[in-house]
Structures are given as structure tokens and as C-alpha cells.
Design a protein around this ligand. Structure first.
Ligand code: ZN
Length: 134
């Protein structure tokens, strides 16, 4: 794994939270993107070298809706940048981590992504992401 790629925060209203975090960071988001397959709408902020992703559910059965029902708004996942996502999935699986999707899928922000189940990583949902090279 390379660096933390971004931190994901689950929010109820992307509109309201975009305003709140714009105030907090002193700058506005640089992109809004829907990921239909995950049932989420996301926005991204860049703070120096770091990124924050806000996620709002657009369907009631979206993982973000379920997370907010259970735990309320807050930090949802930490995403790590990897060079070769398939190799990392194999490595982590062989090391006993529970990979939620063994086939990487298209995520937001031009990334291939895979998630590790929080129960295999001390309650932290881990996202692996590899930039899609064009
Ligand atoms: Zn993410």
C-alpha cells in the first residue's frame, strides 16, 4: 500500500455537508459524482495532498444508508492507494482479511476499488483503490 488516498465520511445531506465542509476547509469541493452501483452520491475535497470524500445515500438499501441508520453520520472508511489492486486483494486474502469484493469494481474519482470487511480490520472499513490509467 502506498498512502492514504482519502477518508470517506457518511453524511445525510450532501448539499448541507458540502456547505459545512467548505466552511471548515476554506475551499469548495472539486467534484461531485454519483456511483449508481453503490447507491451513493459523493463529493471530493482536496486539502493539500489529502482528500476527503463525502458520501450520501441515494437509495434506502445503499451501504451508506445502512451505516447511517446504525451509527449515524461520521467517518465511514479509510481508502489506501495501491499500485496493483488485484495483487493486494490476493495478498490480503491470503493473510486472512475478508475482502468484500474480490473482483475490483469501478468506484468514484476514476478508481478501481475493493473493500475489506471491518470485522477483519478492528472495525475499520478499508477501501483499496487503484487509479485507472487512461
Ligand atoms: Zn472512498
Amino acid at each position: 500500500m502506498n498512502k492514504i488516498e482519502h477518508i470517506g465520511i457518511a453524511v445525510k445531506s450532501l448539499n448541507e455537508s458540502n456547505q459545512l465542509f467548505s466552511k471548515l476547509f476554506g475551499k469548495t469541493h472539486y467534484k461531485i459524482e454519483e456511483v449508481e452501483s453503490e447507491g451513493v452520491k459523493t463529493s471530493f475535497f482536496k486539502i493539500g495532498e489529502n482528500k476527503i470524500e463525502l458520501l450520501q445515500a441515494i437509495k434506502s438499501d445503499s451501504p451508506i444508508a445502512k451505516f447511517i441508520d446504525k451509527k449515524g453520520e461520521g467517518i465511514h472508511h479509510i481508502a489506501f492507494d495501491v499500485d496493483d489492486i488485484e495483487a493486494e486483494i490476493m495478498r490480503l486474502k491470503n493473510d486472512g482479511f475478508i475482502v468484500l469484493n474480490e473482483t475490483p469494481k469501478q468506484g468514484a474519482d476514476n478508481k478501481l476499488v475493493a473493500f475489506l470487511h471491518p470485522k477483519s480490520s478492528n472495525g475499520v472499513l478499508i477501501e483499496l483503490c487503484q487509479e485507472i490509467k487512461k
